[in-house]
Design a protein around this ligand. Structure first.
Ligand SMILES: [Zn+2]
Length: 486
């Protein structure tokens, strides 16, 4: 039998429950005998616990125990909430979360998700066995009981700044007389206990249980004036334009941190610092962290390329010579042009990453990994084409099949292609969508350039000419610069 399973309600228990409610109705000073051995007759949440128990919203444990100070898991909370609003379990063939199949609470979690009472984590998990925090609880209660959400994220609690992700929900609980917190603090990061959750749900269900606003300690009224937001760090002259449909700002540098706010596409954020993939940013007076892959980073002054991390990938190498024409190899032309692009980017202040700097062969996956390991912000792969002798021209590829910055990749491809045609004068074969592995398996703006055809005599002359190699590199450099200038 599950630990949380409902215990049998004995006849005597039934009478004791009635006595408990009767006692409550006589006034707070009457402490009827508790039905649980571990809930004292004068326990602060005794009436609320027994109210929920009597309404079969929460169960006790064997041996007439309630375990009031035990934490509540996210799975258990889903069950309590669904019971409280008199909803039923739901078992669709495809669960809403990847980690709830077979979980004893999956039907409740599913129904709560359908009703938009709960939400999971970014990785599509719900984490049913993780304990629920008081902050998370505030959101669930507000959603479940359709409480009128506070217009402001200012709260009366000294430990809940307006920037906190659940601030407006916590203030709503205060407005609705569901929680006074603990003195002047709410302790949003603490696990909610069974007694606390019982109290909050009872107060949401029945006005009799509501707290009085002045009790136990008068809490300060929310300040009516400009909210005192934490002073954001000094600006660095770097902004980021959101390239994703929506970008989550989190309270810390990682996807497991709580959500601060969601930033819409094309919004521009102020970037304070970048550590690895995480950028500390301010948007709409809120400061937090976002994944920089979904920001087009722009310096507001100086070189647009200053500090940008760009990976240049010279195609093929080593045992893999690429396309061949006589004793001319694609791998050598690609490396020569890649090194020239590297120099130009470095001169403009960029941080360059080379997947290879000599005649070696990194695997395709290895090239992608090099880019990711260096927290690259852009990836440019350089190749030459080959076909029948009559085929000629230049083309630049981007991928929209999997790369989450497919649209940005396309912009970059168009800019580079335009510059190549202008400087080299080859036939314009266009910017094209194709899912080459190196541009598909990462999510930064990524392109693959086919400089020209090694198999065409006119193109070959340009590909092997040092002057033209310089121009190929200059065109790619200008394309990158132009992308960042838009
Ligand atoms: Zn190639």
């Amino acid at each position: 039998m599950s630990k949380y399973g409902k215990i049998m309600v004995s006849i005597s228990m039934f009478f004791l429950t009635m006595l408990g409610l009767y006692g409550f109705q006589q006034g707070q000073n009457v402490h009827a005998k508790s039905i649980f051995v571990d809930v004292a007759d004068n326990y602060w949440a005794k009436e609320e616990i027994e109210y929920l128990y009597g309404n079969q919203i929460i169960s006790g444990y064997e041996g007439n125990q309630f375990k009031p100070t035990d934490p509540v898991t996210r799975g258990q909370a889903a069950k309590m909430i669904i019971n409280a609003i008199k909803e039923k379990e739901s078992t669709p063939s495809k669960p809403s979360f990847s980690d709830i199949k077979g979980n004893q609470f999956s039907g409740y979690i599913e129904r709560a998700a359908q009703l938009e009472i709960i939400s999971g984590y970014d990785d599509n998990t719900y984490r049913p066995n993780v304990n629920l925090t008081r902050g998370q609880m505030s959101k669930i209660i507000v959603n479940a009981f359709d409480l009128e959400k506070s217009q402001s994220s200012k709260t009366v609690f000294t430990d809940v700044p307006s920037t906190y992700q659940f601030a407006s929900y916590i203030q709503t609980l205060y407005n609705e007389r569901i929680s006074n917190g603990n003195g002047n603090v709410f302790e949003p990061g603490k696990n909610v206990t069974r007694a606390e959750l019982s109290a909050f749900i009872s107060r949401a269900l029945d006005d009799r249980f509501k707290v009085t606003a002045q009790d136990p300690t008068p809490a300060p009224k929310p300040e009516p004036d400009p909210e005192p937001t934490p002073t954001p760090p000094p600006a660095t002259g770097l902004t980021g334009e959101v390239t994703a449909d929506v970008l989550n700002m989190r309270s810390g540098p990682g996807s497991s941190y709580g959500l601060v706010t969601a930033i819409p596409q094309n919004a521009v954020v102020t970037v304070h610092s970048i550590d690895g993939f995480w950028a500390k940013v301010t948007y709409n007076n809120k400061t937090g962290y976002v994944h920089k892959t979904y920001l087009k980073l722009k310096n507001t002054s100086g070189s647009v390329l200053q500090n940008r991390i760009i990976t240049i990938d010279a195609g093929h190498g080593g045992k893999d010579v690429g396309a061949v024409n006589g004793d001319i190899y694609e791998k050598d032309i690609a490396l020569a042009v890649a090194k020239l692009v590297e120099q130009k980017l470095k001169s403009a202040g960029a941080k360059t990453v080379m997947t290879r700097s000599s005649d070696t062969y990194p695997t395709l996956d290895g090239r992608v990994q090099t880019s990711i390991n260096n927290h690259s912000e852009m990836f440019v792969s350089i190749h030459t084409n080959a076909a029948t002798p009559s085929a000629s021209g230049t083309e630049t590829y981007y991928d929209t099949s999997k790369n989450e910055n497919g649209a940005e990749s396309r912009e970059l491809a168009i800019e580079i292609q335009k510059q190549l045609i202008a400087l080299i004068g080859t036939k314009d074969r266009g910017a094209k969508d194709n899912s080459f592995l190196v541009i598909r398996e990462q999510h930064i703006p990524s392109v693959l350039v086919e400089l020209a055809f090694i198999s065409n005599s006119g193109d070959l002359a340009k590909l092997t000419s040092p002057e033209y190699q310089e121009l190929f590199a200059e065109a790619i450099f200008r394309g990158i610069k132009s992308y960042y200038s838009k």
